[in-house]
Write a protein that binds this ligand. Sequence first.
Ligand SMILES: Nc1ncnc2c1ncn2[C@@H]1O[C@H](COP(=O)(O)OP(=O)(O)O)[C@@H](O)[C@H]1O
Ligand SMILES: [Mg+2]
Length: 224
Amino acid sequence: MEILEIRNVKKYYGKNDNLVKALDDVSFKIGKGEFVAIVGQSGSGKSTLLNLIGGLDKPTSGSIIINGKEISGFSPKKQTEFRRKNIGFIFQNYSLMPELCVYDNVALPVSIDRSQKTDHEYIKRILTDLGIWEKRKKLPHQLSGGQQQRTAIARALANKPAIILADEPTGNLDSGTTMDVMELLKNSCKEYSQTMIMVTHNDMLAASCDRILSILDGKIERGY
Ligand SMILES: Nc1ncnc2c1ncn2[C@@H]1O[C@H](COP(=O)(O)OP(=O)(O)O)[C@@H](O)[C@H]1O
Ligand SMILES: [Mg+2]
């Protein structure tokens, strides 16, 4: 069963001489539970693609269908609610709340959704697995880049989303920690039947995924 279908998606920025075809007629499907790597050189459209799938931006044309629903037709309010319930986003720049401690940053997506109760034991488990439980009371600026990145990963996992979108989630980690984090993400995906779409520049990580989609100048160059 597929959880995501991208159909003839275009995303253009600017116009005339400044027109950038960030995505230029992209189509593919991703099955539930798949662990997919997105690869491609800088500026090829990878982050644009994740932002569209996460509903942070709308395509110029084309459809993005998640669980049978066309998300680009949602109102902004519905879009936000849908994202909060279904999507875990690990941003390239982490996007942590500077005034909240590690624990509160991670618990935030859960506590904001009034239909869910904060699962303290689960948050403790992921923070422990990520090696930052003892940092839970620290503010983001008191952490190293790698610790901030792991906080962002914990936050994305906190409400057990159906889809995890990760923009170079291990870009700031040493190779040992990268392997540990990858194992954690894979275990989470297995345990909760989650689908992972992960941008990476690391060929070895990409090769360890179920599938690789390669983007070149806004087009899917090859996919298998
Ligand atoms: N908000 C924006 N306004 C104008 N151009 C943009 C914007 N976001 C991305 N682009 C352009 O779209 C192209 C794809 O960018 P991006 O998706 O960030 O690539 P990648 O993540 O693969 O490095 C680039 O040429 C980039 O400059
Ligand atoms: Mg990018």
